[in-house]
Design a protein around this ligand. Sequence first.
Ligand code: ADP
Ligand code: ADP
Length: 236
Amino acid sequence: GLAVACRRVVHIYRAEGGDVVALSGVDLSINPGEMLALVGPSGSGKSTLVALLAGLMRPSAGRVSVGTYDLGKLTDAEVSRLRGTEIGVVLQGAARNLLPYATLHRNIWLAQRRAARTAGIELDDPERILDLVGLRGKATAKIDELPPGARQRAALAVGIAASPGLLLVDEPTSQLDTHGRDEVLAALETVNHERGTTIVVVTHDAEVGARLGRAVTIRDGRVGAEGRGGQDFAVV
Ligand code: ADP
Ligand code: ADP
């Protein structure tokens, strides 16, 4: 897995009604192979931080690094090569962006082909990827035939199709019942254990946060309390 470091990260949106300071000096270190939950109230800056880690935006100030890459210093082309190869991103609603009438196998294969073109890397067998997310034997199922929890795991499968060292996942369980949620969490745990992938999960769900290794609270654009398993969630 890849290490992640944020140093005095500031992010300001230039909006019509005035500037919005979404992050105001975030310091955060994540070890290779760690699984971490980012929790905090709506509007606290979680999605902004994930977008910076994904290289979808550049910080207004400060440094965001993933592995040996200083994301703010890379060109757009370099960052978009990283995304989809070394950085896997499963944003909110990612399951809706899968090709609904194509099979799981094809959805994974398309992501792999894109990665292979930009970064001649060796790719896993799609069956192996399906195994990791608990969808063994479903390669020929079409996305729109899958129940919501399986669809969300299909989105994870596409996110890890190119074996990223860092996986960023925004609200992976928000639309799911308890069973679906448990399946998605089990899939994330398996990917983390078997591949050593560093995983960052944004969640509103205290139970989800409690099950992941470390929880970091973001509040008003800053890193607040850190806790292990549940301690801090009463106040979130
Ligand atoms: P969270 O993910 O914790 O809900 P966000 O990162 O989405 O928080 O938002 C942090 C702050 O930045 C909020 O005040 C939000 O309204 C603001 N914000 C987010 N995206 C934009 C944008 N594109 N333009 C202006 N303000 C934004
Ligand atoms: P989250 O659920 O992660 O907080 P939101 O639903 O708040 O995300 O935001 C969804 C989208 O709207 C994001 O692309 C975000 O950047 C954008 N957004 C959020 N707040 C604002 C805002 N105040 N002005 C413009 N865009 C915003």
